[in-house]
Design a protein around this ligand. Structure first.
Ligand SMILES: [Fe+2]
Ligand SMILES: [Fe+2]
Length: 265
């Protein structure tokens, strides 16, 4: 099976339950060749310089990423930029194919990233469209507090899980704003929403609103997970699916790129 064949199968899989068309998509081959035969596939959030080297040492031909490799959504490469040039040279040296898998998994009838997160967190309940951009809210069918959800993300390896607002709030409605979607501000202000889960956001605005809400006695909080932690379980879920479906054709590994932060302790 080639890189092209695998990615086309994955796109078709995303459309199985609910077909859709994308006018333009970032889910394209970023480097390497689509005709490369696959023996080993790495799934991760970001093809960082360190991860590219590790994937190459493991013997991978393809890295499937959720996020951009060249610091721009459409991967318009910076000109005359030494970091961009060094990363391009590293990729060329390894011959690695990098393919982004972002729009299709989010557009899937059940958003693959959300599904992976909810599975890993053990969160079940009813999903309701929040009406704000890509946001949805979850009405959990279990009693769960803000603190418990923060701790679950920490236990999944989140080293920078930050809570603004009331940690003891019982979550009757949780806005799932993984990554950096639009509509987070609207979700946070919605009187129905007790907790907003977001990858990254504006501290002086949303963080301070949640802090004041908590201090003023509202049942409200914002958890800022870090971008990678907020979507990683979705890509881990993809790696599991590939391991199951394609075990006879190639080996798959979720390789950890780690969080962008190094925390000073
Ligand atoms: Fe995403
Ligand atoms: Fe993202």
């Amino acid at each position: 099976m080639t890189v092209n064949e695998l990615m086309n199968e994955l796109f078709a899989w995303c459309k199985e339950e609910k077909p859709f068309e994308l006018e333009r998509t970032c889910d394209t081959l970023k480097c390497g060749s689509g005709d490369t035969e696959l023996k080993k596939v790495v799934v991760t959030m970001h093809a960082t310089a360190k991860l590219i080297k590790e994937a190459h040492e493991w013997g991978a031909q393809l890295i499937i990423v959720h996020e951009p490799t060249f610091y721009d959504h459409w991967e318009d490469k910076l000109e005359n930029d030494p970091v961009t040039e060094a990363k391009t040279a590293l990729l060329e040296k390894t011959g690695m194919a990098v393919w982004r898998f972002h729009d299709h998994p989010h557009k899937k009838a059940v958003d693959m990233i959300r599904e992976g997160n909810c599975r890993a967190l053990g969160l079940t309940g009813k999903i309701v469209d929040a009406g704000y951009y890509a946001n949805v809210t979850l009405i959990p069918d279990q009693t769960v507090t803000v603190r418990q959800i923060a701790e679950r993300f920490r236990d999944l390896g989140g080293d920078n899980v930050r809570v603004c607002g009331n940690q003891d709030a019982v979550c009757k409605r949780i806005a799932l704003a993984f990554g950096t979607p639009g509509g987070v501000w609207e979700s946070l202000r919605s009187p129905d929403v007790d907790l907003v889960l977001v990858g990254e956001t504006c501290e002086w605005m949303l963080g301070e609103y949640a802090r004041d809400a908590g201090d003023l006695g509202f049942n409200k909080a914002l958890i800022i997970l870090g971008h990678i932690v907020s979507e990683r379980e979705g890509m881990k879920y993809l790696a599991e699916i590939l391991q199951e479906r394609y075990a006879c054709q190639f080996e798959t590994k979720y390789m950890e790129c780690g969080e962008v932060y190094k925390t000073c302790r």
